[in-house]
Design a protein around this ligand. Sequence first.
Ligand code: SF4
Length: 353
Amino acid sequence: MNSFSEKIISWYKINKRDLPWRNTKDAYLIWLSEIILQQTRVEQGMSYYYKFSKTFPTVKHLAKADNEDVMKLWQGLGYYSRARNLHTSAKMITEKHKGKFPKEYKDILLLKGIGEYTAAAIASFAFDKPHAVVDGNVFRVLARVFGIETPIDSTQGKKNFYALANELLDKKHPALHNQAIMEFGAIQCKPVSPDCNSCPLNSMCFAYEKELVSALPVKSKTTKVRNRYFNYIVLKNKGTTSIKKRKEKDIWTNLYDFPLIETDKELTNDAFLESKEWKKFIGKNKYIVKSVSETYKHILSHQKIYAKFWEINCSASLEKIIPSSAIIIKQKDIHKYAVPRLIENYLAVKFKN
Ligand code: SF4
């Protein structure tokens, strides 16, 4: 074992958090935890992990589940494509591998939604296969300790970091080594202001010696963020309302939201009610604007959504107004549908039956 691996493993044995997915060799549960933790911090992820592992205790249970139930359980985590992939892969495992999680890295990698990192995590944690994990924590630790300035989001950078991670991996104890380096990055070598003075690696750490801790790792790209302006139309008539399932090729595929008018800039309330989009939507139907919400700002990785919710009371039946993609439901049933976090926030505060 090299001294880097030796040091992080000793550190890990003393400092590791007791997390439920660390006490199992069940590849399915490890996979669940990994996909959930790509979305959220450990504290929040824990409740999702318990919910999923209780509702779907095995991969076969998940494969048999109704997709709407899986999405509903995932609600609030974001990146809903990950929940869809989880479900698709559970079906693949049941059909192609007779319900047994594949053991080999290359077979795990063929599952939908599983990249190099997750495949290495499952292969090593569940089956002790010698594959090094490289996630954000590992990039940071390696960049700092070994003084690597190649951007972590470049092709060359990824190649270099993967090669180094595999070279350092303790091949006899890959699960322990991988857990240790990830935990070390999460708790000790944190992104901002790590406590380098107490760090067991400081005598061999390039960044610490050269005072480059805040400069490493290096990233080349900055993410372009697109602003979007949503006007949700919350129609109400005799205890009913209308929702629609979102289509593919946009955010929140297959989740439900309200009929939507998207504009290319934020409009004042008066300007919105004068817009041709609104007039086309409402036609000649009589309506009363019961309320307009404040603007909800919702941030995604590549988009900023500015949303207003228009509560509209209609005297006509909603069938006459709603777009063909929408459905009419009882207002009291709205909580049965899987919705994005933005809609969930609105429902929690503003939506009264
Ligand atoms: S000395 Fe500081 S920068 Fe270097 S590994 Fe330790 S915590 Fe990270």
